[in-house]
Design a protein. Sequence first.
Lengths: 874, 207
Amino acid sequence: MDVQPRDVAEEIKHLQRCINDLISVLALPARWIGGEPTQIVDVLLDALLRMLQLDLVYVQLNDTNGQAPVEMARLAQPQRPADQPHEIGKVLKQSLGTDVQKWPLLTQKLLGDLDISVVPLGLGLQGEIGVIVAGSKRADFPLQTERLILSVAANHASIALQEARLRSDQKRLASELDRLVAQRTTELASANTELRKEIAERKHAEEHLRRSEEKYRVILEAANDAVVSMDESGTILLANAAVRRIFGYDPVEIIGKPLTLLMPDYMRELHEGGFARYLATGQRHINWQGTELTALRKSGEEFPVEVSFGEQTRDGRKSFTGFLRDISKRRQAETALRAAMEERTRISAFREEIGVALSHQVDLKVALHNCAHAAVRHLDAAFARIWTLSGDGRELELQASAGMYTHLDGLHSRIAVGQHKIGLIAQERKPHLTNEAQNDPRVSDKDWARREKMTSFAGYPLVLEERLVGVMGMFSQKPLTESTLEALSYAAGIIAQGIERRRAEEALRRSEAFLAEGQRLGQIGSYSWRVATDKIEWSNELYRIYEFEIGVPVTLDLIRTRVHPQDISLYEKMVEKARDGGKNFEWQFRLLMADQSIKYLHSVAHAIRDQSGQLEYIAVAQDVTERRQSEEALRNTQAQLSRATRAATVGEFAASIAHEINQPLAAVVANGHACLRWLSAEPPGLARAQEAAERIVRDGKEAGEILRRIRALFKRAPLEKTGLNLNEVIVEVLRLLAGETSKRLVSVEMDLGNNLETVEGDRVQLQQLLFNLLQNGIEAMDRVAERPKKLFIRTRLQSPETVLVEIRDWGIGIENPEKAFEAFFTTKESGMGMGLAICRSIIDAHHGRLWAVPAEGCGTTFSFTLPAQPKVIA
Amino acid sequence: MSPDNPIVFVVDDDLRVREALSSLISSMGLQVAVFGSAKEFMESDKPDAPSCLVLDLQLPGTSGLELQQQLATGDAPPIVFISGHGDIPSSVSAMKAGAIEFLPKPFGDDELLRAINAAIARDRTARKQRSELTELQRHYALLTPREREVLPYVVAGFANKVTAADLGTSQITIGVHRGQIMRKMEAKSLAELIRMADRLGIARVSK
């Protein structure tokens, strides 16, 4: 289909011309009646050359009698003597191959030397008659209309040529017979003279005649055509063996019967009338050579015959001999040829309608409906349907239904892939074709098929590049022909393309919409900048960011008006660099908007070169103002947070120092007072005063120790590593925590390994590590009521080089143990989340490893390893 | 041990504090008994003597404030709280619940002695009031049902004649009941009988 947009008037003119041409072509057979093949071809060549304004038209006719093919040609402008049919045929064969029957029919082919597009068309059903080649210097040759005209002309010519060929065969045979009859007559006459002259030779002559008659009889009996002779009364005198084959009568049976026996009723009167007139006036009422009439078989069947007959006069009486050829097969062939031509026309209409539907219809559903409708109209489908594959690939969705059923809902509106015949076609990706629809195992409702007289079913998967996009199916009351299947197969291909193209267009539209939406949401604009011409194209979002009206032509100067005055030099440098560089670049600058607000723009540009080597940048620019502002806000918040954190830490430490110190201090003060009171009592309680004083010393020392410990906590002194036994450190820390464990009713169990290697470490830091871990374990069990609170501490030598310490609590557990070591992670309502982070830094400083895992049942096990001190070998 | 020799109970989980306070309070001439937890204190036998409780706010298990709540219903000794934390919300609730004093650690002996004395004095008064009421209840228990019926009329100041009419008996009978009531309740005057009835919570008949 020529889809070039054309002037409508031009188009109408073109179509009118096409119709005129078609009418002319359809008139050709009238001119061909009775013509010789070469005459037919002559007319055909002239007509086509003129009608289609061809530059070249060539015909080659195959000869059935084994002689060289006949070649004929016409050129629009004959130039050289060499441009003879044979020369043209040679050129064509060089280009299209020597076997004419294998020439690609209806395919455009450029003849190199002549610079001509040629289209070969076969003559006859299989090209058995020959081939016609049309050629034109026009690049767009052949147009669809020209193809159509060529096809129709070729079809008509095929029929005419075939008829001409048959006719020439018959003529040859008939003239042969005439010649034989005339010869015989002459011989008979001379024989009579001989008889009169020489009676003695009579016997010889009779013998001769008998042999001669025998010869004719042999010819007659061997003839393919029925030969019947009759006398002036119309009585059959003679019939050959072929009469049996053609008419079904024994030849003997009809001799002596009227010839009208071999005619249908309605022919008899005509025959008798015509025959009587001839006998009376010598006027023939029908052509004696090759007249087509209807004959009657013994069975009562009527059939077409071609009749040629001659007359002979003997003893003043006329007798007539007719040759009757059964042409029902030829008629059938003609009918088939006509049907094939009609089918070809219908199929090309079907293809054309599908092509138009898929290329012109914007809406896929409408396009598919038109395709289904085309199948109903041109392929005799009772109904045709098209399904498309759903997005998830599991179901087929009915999109179009034409013919008997046009609804799109109901049972077959959604078919799972693999179910029913349609789903199976999708699954197997193979067409399912049957001309036995009523017995086909895949047709589920056979009652329906019988009721509706369905004969055939054709289902095709719609597959594009090995991807299934849908299924097309049709039922028909007529059997499917090869060419229908070919057309359906072709249609399946282009419908699949149509669906896919529509989907791709839809996807493109969607992704374009997404892109625009994405740009809008992300405040990201895109642009291209062709450096040589300074042609700049912006996306709509970029216009919005710059606050220019969408569509305003963008220039570097226009952009410059928005650049913040302080960033102008930056901007100019960027432009300069981009012009020479041709590299990807990234930059940030500020825009000063009309309302004096400032926008921060971040742009990333990608350099590309087109085919001619011209530099172009494809780039995105994002409005990062909000991000800049929120980064600013985040920095402020973090500063506030860290100030608050410091304050809270100080407060917390103060409170815990107060608590640690208060207990011994309270004891010291109370003991001091007690001591004084005992001393000032009457009589003084010296022993008790002394006890009190001793306690003062003891508790005072303890307070001092606590203070030292707290100081050590803050001291950022370098590690004082000494050889330590971790068991001892653990016992010391547990002593410090004794108050805590008893207050919180936590029992402590220990399994401290004997022979523990000493580790090298800072005592105070390791104390703090253990203190934190144990304190942590104790606090993890604060809210535990349903089970005893217990801490379990185990030490052992993991390897000769490593000491392992495990602290297991039966507390609430930690969801994400590794996260617990991050600073500020806490599960406690009051707590800085620093404890475990400090622990980790201590362990790191000791080249050890610290980790936590959920303990079996409940709680957590904290473990750490420290390298054992290398033994000094004495 | 004389029944009026007061005793100070100390509950603190810190052994050092317990030792120090035990010595200090002894040096004040007071009996002292120390406990490591609220549970220990609750389970101990306590002598029938004026007493006070020096209670640490932070205790393992039952906390100081929880113990105070548990004791609020009975004839518990007044409480002097001591605390390592100058925790204002806790001290406020302790005082609201009737604590005598709230001493942040460390505290001086005078402060402690003053608080203990005040607590013991309050306990003495409370104990005295409790024993007087017990005596009155014992006397009241001696009254016959009829006398208990008559008592509200007497303390309301009704004449015998009115009472007799109300209770459906004679003026003379009421006079006899009245004499018995005065004798059994050991009231020296009608005014004293009225005070006694008030303390026993007997409502006067009103007309």
